[in-house]
Ligand binder design. Structure first.
Ligand code: GDP
Ligand code: ZN
Length: 343
């Protein structure tokens, strides 16, 4: 895949850090810093991101430019918190999307389900890390919490870990020894501390949480990529306030696979599971086989996703129309000049 770039004398590099207008890439010749001017489209989904593979100018070029981003295998995307609904890529080419959820707060299963939907949607294998397990000293309580979390994340490995005491770290570490894992989760969830513990070094500055409910502001704006001692690569992403779904219909379906399976047996194909006769989903709730909370959460996420998809499609269409007008006005010559700059 890289051959055509190599023929042009370009180096393959993996993005480990992104700054405004610049990024660090790991190449065979070590870490290099390069300008991203030629690979910054307006679409935030296509902006350079930690984990990206890229073709970069060889040594000697000054300034050095990233010439081309290679297609992504997987991408963890959330919708930006702004009113404009855009996708923001948090990590690219990830094999395992590790969602960190702190046991220091009440376990919010809806949040677990939301993150899991995005994780499945990314194309990576989701993993759930319940962090700060030392804050739950009672083994029976801890076991219950793990069980609850597992019910919200079917098909996902769930691990209770403590970076503080080392609890569960060996088992968890063994899980991420191959390929690329990314740590994702809310600000204050303990991602950086966990990354440091796995990395065995204070590679990242751990942010103090300012308030008890874990809403401390994170100042980090870059994403970091660490090489783990056992092999494999770990990406730490900045803490998030929250994550919005972004075109994650398939991911939602996977998180609630048992509901979609039940729905196949509803009498009406378009059953809303709201009291229709012959509803297999409500029957499962009545029979105590499906917690009502799951159905409520499923409904909420399906609706949220539908809203964002509707909004995004309209926005993308409007953007395309504007783009065509602009091109018409500037003329083809200008476009050719611009393209000439690009590899
Ligand atoms: P991030 O925002 O997700 O990267 O979270 P940090 O790694 O910065 O950790 C947030 C806070 O949680 C810090 O005050 C850490 O000291 C604390 N913390 C992290 N891991 C643990 C743990 O295993 N046990 C306990 N008790 N506290 C932890
Ligand atoms: Zn139904």
């Amino acid at each position: 895949m890289f051959a055509p770039y190599r023929e042009r004398g370009l180096l393959a590099g993996r993005v480990v850090r992104v700054d405004r207008g610049l990024c660090d890439l790991v190449t065979v010749g070590g870490t290099v810093r390069a300008d991203t001017e030629f690979v910054v489209p307006r679409d935030p989904m296509r902006v350079v991101c930690t984990g990206d593979w890229a073709a970069v100018d060889p040594e000697g070029a000054d300034p050095r430019y990233v010439r081309q981003l290679l297609p992504r295998r997987t991408a963890f995307v959330r919708s930006t918190s702004s009113k404009r609904s855009e996708g923001q890529v948090l990590a690219a080419n990830v094999d395992q999307a590790v969602i960190a959820v702190s046991l220091g707060n009440d376990l919010d299963l809806g949040r677990v389900e939301r993150f899991m939907a995005l994780a499945w949607e990314s194309g990576a294998q989701p993993v759930l890390a319940l962090t700060k397990a030392d804050l739950v000293p009672d083994a029976a309580v801890l076991a219950h919490l793990v069980q609850d979390a597992q019910s919200a994340a079917p098909g996902v490995p769930v691990h209770a870990v403590s970076a503080g005491t080392g609890y569960g770290l060996a088992e968890f570490g063994a899980l991420v020894t191959g390929g690329t894992a990314a740590l994702l989760g809310q600000s204050g969830a303990g991602k950086s501390t966990l990354a440091n513990a796995l990395h065995g070094a204070q590679a990242m500055e751990v942010q103090a949480v300012r308030d008890a409910d874990g809403k401390g502001r994170h100042t980090t704006t870059t994403r970091n990529l660490l090489l783990l001692p056992g092999g494999g690569v770990l990406i730490d992403t900045p803490g998030l306030r929250g994550v919005g779904l972004f075109d994650a219909g398939d991911g939602v379906g996977q998180v609630f696979a048992e509901i979609e399976e039940l729905a196949a047996d509803c009498r009406f194909q378009d059953c809303a599971h709201e009291g229709e006769p012959g509803c297999a989903v409500l029957a499962a709730i009545d029979a105590g086989e499906l917690p009502e909370r799951r159905l409520d959460s499923y409904r909420k996420l399906v609706r949220e996703n539908q809203r964002i998809v509707a909004k995004t499609d309209a926005r993308v269409r409007a953007e395309l129309r504007r783009e065509f007008k602009r091109r018409g006005a500037e003329g083809r010559a200008a476009m050719r000049v611009k393209k000439g700059l690009q590899p």
